[in-house]
Design a protein around this ligand. Structure first.
Ligand code: ATP
Ligand code: MG
Length: 411
């Protein structure tokens, strides 16, 4: 039975964002949002369970109060430096006398593709179908009933370290809610900010968070590459703090309120009032100094992305790059991405959805909002191929009952 409420919890490095949505005939309506600072993660990985539980509790409580509903199970984003994407293909001989492909042939081809030696202690969290070919002919998404002798499938597998995955699930379970499914962060963000046309024609999604920059390359409606870079917006803040000798809090404020990627566009005489680290003494510094620090680090982040883009070798098939996550709000970053990556770039705001909550329209909430769209797909509503990971149906609620304390092997 389809649930009437869906809840997404984005467990990020800088904040935990919970979104509650009511399912309607034509989609969903955001009815509650909760955001709490996240202190228990480093580069997308849980390093302090108690702090993570506390942050998730605060975020969910806030969303529940906002929506005036209680939550018993959620979809959770997973990210971090242990997430890896890889492509695999599998084959199956078509067994029926007529040569018609049946479900069993498809299952055997899929099983062949995922029968790989996983790195020790790693789990498959997504098995995303890129497409099938029959006797080496044209790519199709649905080969059922087609006639041929040999079926091949291409998959994009997403792996995560089992312990990293389990720690996120445990943190959420210990808040008292079950986990319906886990979704790689950039996959969720893509649901919120990319159009179906972009995914079909070719697009790169970059979710620039606090701790990591998550990369995904879509074409023909599927993921063909994914990666997590261990660099994000918090590094820019740290650089500012060190170079300009201000506290992290002051550096974050300077970045958000005054930061821009292009120092040459700032008046060369302009100065900023700052408070010195340690002493708290007020002083001034040239505005351009701040922008130079920002420019250098952003250039580095984007050149790491360039290395991934170069590996794809399919530039001619791209519509461009879409930047989302809180880091995408940095003034001038999309323009710098256009220059470095040599393709059109835009900031990805979550696509219009029914909501009266302003928070719902911020790129840093793309993952949480995308989780709702993703979950809706899995419930058989909405568009997309719905491929993803479902954990066993979470059991019961904060108001009692069992929960999936242990993550079972996903197939
Ligand atoms: N207006 C802004 N200008 C520049 N940077 C910003 C702005 N708003 C937020 N950021 C930066 O975005 C980052 C946080 O982004 P986001 O909320 O997407 O991260 P997260 O999801 O918690 O982390 P991750 O995805 O890495 O686990 C921080 O580094 C923050 O400084
Ligand atoms: Mg994030």
């Amino acid at each position: 039975m389809r649930k009437r409420t869906l809840v997404g919890v984005d467990v990020g490095t800088t904040k935990i964002c919970s979104v509650i949505a009511r399912i309607q005939e034509d989609g969903f309506r955001v009815s509650g949002v909760g955001v709490a600072p996240s202190t228990g993660l480093k580069k997308g990985v849980v390093v302090n369970l108690t702090e993570t539980i506390d942050s998730v509790t605060r975020s969910l409580d806030q969303a529940e109060r906002d929506a005036r509903v209680g939550v018993d199970s959620v979809y959770v984003s997973v990210g971090g430096i242990y997430v890896q994407g890889l492509n695999r293909s599998g084959k199956a001989e078509i067994r029926s006398k007529t040569g018609e492909i049946d479900k069993e042939d498809i299952s055997r081809a899929l099983a062949d593709a995922k029968s790989i030696q996983l790195p020790r202690h790693y789990e498959i969290i997504h098995m995303l179908t890129q497409g099938f070919t029959v006797d080496g002919q044209e790519h199709t998404k649905d080969p059922l009933g087609l006639v041929g002798r040999r079926l091949s499938v291409n998959l994009h597998l997403v792996l995560n370290a089992g312990a990293a995955l389990q720690n996120v699930v445990n943190a959420v379970n210990k808040v008292g809610v079950g986990v319906n499914g886990v979704v790689m962060q950039q996959l969720a963000s893509a649901e919120a900010v990319l159009s179906e046309d972009e995914k079909e024609l070719g697009v790169i999604l970059l979710d620039i968070g606090g701790g990591t920059t998550d990369f995904a390359f879509y074409r023909l409606g599927s993921v063909w590459e994914s990666a997590v870079l261990p660099i994000g917006g918090d590094l820019i803040t740290k650089d500012i703090a060190i170079e300009l000798r201000v506290s992290l809090e002051e550096a974050e404020r300077l970045k958000k309120e005054h930061g821009t990627v292009f120092p040459e566009r700032v008046d060369s005489e302009a100065v900023l009032e700052i408070r010195e680290i340690g002493t708290g003494r007020a002083r001034t510094l040239p505005y351009r100094d701040l922008c130079q620090v920002i420019q250098a680090r952003c250039r580095e982040i984007l050149s790491e992305v360039q290395t991934l883009v170069d590996r794809i070798h399919r530039k001619e098939m791209l519509t461009g790059v879409v930047l989302t996550g809180g880091g995408a709000l940095l003034d001038g970053l999309a323009e710098q991405a256009e220059e470095i990556l040599q393709m059109p770039a835009r900031v990805g705001y979550p696509m219009p959805m029914e909501s009266d909550r302003e928070l719902a329209f911020d790129p840093s909430h793309a993952t949480a909002l995308g989780l709702i769209r993703y979950a809706l797909d899995m419930h058989g509503v909405g568009s997309g191929n719905g491929a993803g990971t479902m954990l066993p149906e979470a059991s019961k609620s904060r108001r009692g009952g069992l929960m999936n304390w242990f993550l079972r092997k996903i197939t």
